[in-house]
Design a protein around this ligand. Sequence first.
Ligand SMILES: Nc1ncnc2c1ncn2[C@@H]1O[C@H](COP(=O)(O)OP(=O)(O)OP(=O)(O)O)[C@@H](O)[C@H]1O
Ligand SMILES: [Zn+2]
Length: 730
Amino acid sequence: MAYICVAVPVPLRQLFTYTHHCDLAAGVRVRVPFGPRKLVGIVVDEPNKDAPEIENADKLKAIETVLDEAPIIDAVLLKMAQWLWQYYHHAPGEVLHTMLPVLLRKGETAQVLPEERIRLTETGERTSSDELTRAPKQKAFFEALQKSSLSAQQSRKLFGSPAVKSIIDKSLAEVVDVVPEVREQEWLSTISIDEKPIPDTEQSVAIAALNQQHGKFAVSLLEGVTGSGKTEVYLQAIEPLLQAGKQILILVPEIGLTPQTVSRFEKRFSIDVGVLHSQLSDKARLRVWQRAKSGELGIVIGTRSAIFTPLANPGMIIVDEEHDESFKQQDGLRYHARDLAAMRAKQHSIPLLLGSATPALESLNNALGGRYAHLHLTRRAGGAQNTHQHLLDARDQPLHYGISQALLTIMRQHINAGNQVLVFVNRRGYAPALLCHHCGETVTCKRCDRPYTVHKSHNRLQCHHCAGTRAMPRQCEACHSSSLVTAGTGTEQVEDGLASLFPDVKQVRIDSDTVRGKDKLHQTLGAINRQEYQLLVGTQILSKGHHFPHVTLVAVLDCDGALFSADFRAPEKLAQLVTQLAGRAGRASKPGEMWLQTHNPHHPLLQDLVNNGYGHFARHALIERKAAGLPPYISQFVVRCEAADSALAFAFLSGSRNVFAASNNDIEMSGPFPSLIEKRQGRFRFMLICSHNKRAPLHGVLRQSLPFLQALPQATKVRWSVDIDPTDFS
Ligand SMILES: Nc1ncnc2c1ncn2[C@@H]1O[C@H](COP(=O)(O)OP(=O)(O)OP(=O)(O)O)[C@@H](O)[C@H]1O
Ligand SMILES: [Zn+2]
């Protein structure tokens, strides 16, 4: 009889012991009884500290089924799982489940299943393609089959369903179920290097530095201004690795994963690229996971959770736009994919490359402190010039739909010159509030205590915190006056306004209301680059990594709110946003400019950004963070708590504070205080921030205290969670 340690997917910070007639390898899935349920757990090596004494062995339950013959999680990923549950103080079973594709979590087989392939029949073998000259599509398909069988799905995609059906109906070919062969390093048979630009001096230096790092753990920060050719550096740096049969894992932000990004890698190397994003079907996700694991894919590109993709022959990990907030998971297991990438690269002894025009202060600090290699691209590639940035004083200016006359004039000049203008608005919808002109009362969402956003296209109000909607009221609920007016400007209103101000100009609005789904965004981006529109109005979506060769003016309407935020990261986020927005202009041969309209033209942050650029701002911001004792110079965690009864949530965090203080009175604590969004969906939200200048004691306190937090009288009546290295205080 063997005692097997299993991570079971339940929200408990412990492992469980089961019995089995023989020992099992770590990384194998097992189905186990857990209370009245049967759950899919994963065998781990960790000696089970919470295991009952072996005298109680007769009380242990037995493993019901072993689901895998061989481990489906390799040693490096298991080690990463262990690090995750220790570092983030999270339940081990949930950590391992987060790391697996959904189908494997559910206990489906990890084996590659047969897929439909089309091959020639005996008749087909004896037939000449000349007989099909009158049907060119069928002929092409038939000739392809003469070379080798093809997957049914791919055949339909390449030659069209009618042609495929005709060939099958003529009994020239048949559909058979075949288990695809595993061909490790399959890409080596097709790889060829497409035409590529000659790297400039700075790019060459970066590529040469990266070439020195093969087979070693090293982290590099590639700090390159927008349009400086960072992607070109990635392409040339991974070339020798791919040719040596090594796999490359590339993480990109949610919105950055467009077909353009993927095709740039496919086109350069003529190889199949594995793509992982949130909208993929479970089946497709599992297939990429399998192909990466067996070493069939040379390149895998994905969003945050792609960091868990198994790799047979890893060569390098790249995190593009490494500052992007989407790399931090904001619920459940709140991991940061950039930190995990470093941890994973170290385990594999491979290099990690972080790239951004606006590096996160954490990364920049590591680079400046010599822990990361620091690579620079200071000029735009291919002769494009840097964007000129200007502030536009909006004080006392009459505003038309939120836009000053001066800005309208500049916009007209760019449009008349045959160029495109990008207008950034920080809110979607028509207006961020509806208020009573008579008594001043605002129409608010009762569940969140926040003003509703007016959405004119649906003629409804929507709460942007809980997504709740309601009909547009006819009169004020407080005074019954019928004169309700909108306050502030959102994308919808700017779009309306520009349509009347520039009636001759074609415009497109891009926000999460107009581009749902990756395909719609892709189509719109394509139409923009074909110059079907001259005016682009949109939110943050427009700032992320897109290449707009015809945009020469970026107009930023209003970001003054962020200048006075209580969040210490707000200036960093604003500086990144503004710099990335500016980076969309003048990316090709035509010079570009950005105008930022503000009521605070003398604000030091805006002045610094516009005059000295992000690099200067960021180095200065680091000095301020150090002086103020803020991350990255100290470590933090936050305990969040929410409840319908605010006193209960507050009491839980006060109790937590006492527990921490009793454990170590060196820990600095602030709170409990209300979160930036105090109420959401009818629940009051509070937090307690804990800091220390050293990570180890801080984590030690948390480890010791968690059982006591769980035992607090309110613990089961509130929702609470711990966030390590928090980045978002909303
Ligand atoms: N050495 C080079 N010579 C000529 N053109 C280049 C060179 N390097 C890059 N380019 C071109 O310059 C443009 C910008 O390059 P790239 O997309 O790699 O920049 P980036 O730094 O990744 O951009 P961003 O971060 O702003 O999205 C592309 O069209 C690219 O093909
Ligand atoms: Zn709401």
